[in-house]
Design a protein around this ligand. Sequence first.
Ligand SMILES: Cc1cc2nc3c(=O)[nH]c(=O)nc-3n(C[C@H](O)[C@H](O)[C@H](O)COP(=O)(O)O)c2cc1C
Length: 366
Amino acid sequence: MIFPLVQKLGLGLLHQMDAETAHSVTIKALKAGLGGSAAKPADPRLETALWDLRFPNPLGMAAGFDKNGEVPDALLHLGFGYTEVGSVTPRAQAGNPRPRVFRLKADEGVINRYGFNNAGHQALRSRLEGRPSQRGVVGVNVGANKDASDRVADYVAGIHAFADLASYFTVNVSSPNTPGLRNLQARTALAELLTAVISARDERTQVIGRHVPVLLKIAPDVLEEELAEIVEEVLAKGLEGLIVSNTTLSRAGLKSTNHTEEAGGLSGRPVFRRSTIMLAKARKLAGPQLPIIGVGGIDSAESAWTKITAGADLLQVYSALTYKGTGLIGEILTGLSAKLDQHGLANLREARDRNLDAWANLDPSD
Ligand SMILES: Cc1cc2nc3c(=O)[nH]c(=O)nc-3n(C[C@H](O)[C@H](O)[C@H](O)COP(=O)(O)O)c2cc1C
């Protein structure tokens, strides 16, 4: 689905293939070392230190691209400040039948209903263990098998399986493609899940001597009352952060005539507004201390800057790479540096929240 090899293969060529095949080809090419490397040296003003981690820049590869941890180092090499592997489930599963991912070209959007196709914990562990070095920030996004009899137990198993290898954890309760998964965002279920996850993490802290941060990734479709409860639970249970947001079920405002009625989660430009409003609302509710990763529809330096000024500490991107190729990474980072110059700011933390109120006061359903 993503096209980091724009120069080598050409977006045009990849766009001749169906979206899933294009994604597989891209992963293979990255594995073969054809990804290339960041064009420019990093701007130290873009560095972000959070928890015990140092992010050389705030832009990460979002979950779902490298589900099986095949190419974390190739992605870091391309210039990403960090990457997130997964979602991974305890047992390998095939996901939904193909086709299950669709390009909405006129909107620069994507609809996917992969359904957590992945090779399972053991395969991801082997890959992460086999990395040439453990350098760079690599988060692990954990999920639950579709047929799990106890979904909480699947997340807990994820914490146990990866605590010694994950820079941070993402608890993904917001994929629309595993029936019922999003119900884990409801207060009582969420409280039970987070208690179990945090207690597993704390248990591992004793053994490995490192406190691995745990973040919750939420849907952009939760109601404001639900968001308030989610943030309260995140703070009450002592999680280290939030990721806002996953894909949306909304189909509002699309220009495309093809594929708009496909089941699945919509991402890319069409989710930007909604995910940014939810980010700002989450920031308001959480206060200034809780780290939040802003994701959804970033496709330029301007939209990346907007996420930061609406409350994000870090950013992630996926769908826009499908349309713009890897040049987008450098374009965003150079553009963020230019924004700091333009506003006379020393770092991104100074930019955060500058436009918070304007975004937090919008209604996502307008
Ligand atoms: C093809 C595809 C697969 C995805 N798979 C996952 C996943 O396994 N786990 C997850 O937490 N998010 C997944 N996502 C959601 C992205 O991580 C991200 O939250 C969302 O796409 C919004 O960002 P974007 O607009 O930059 O794509 C997936 C997105 C796409 C497009």
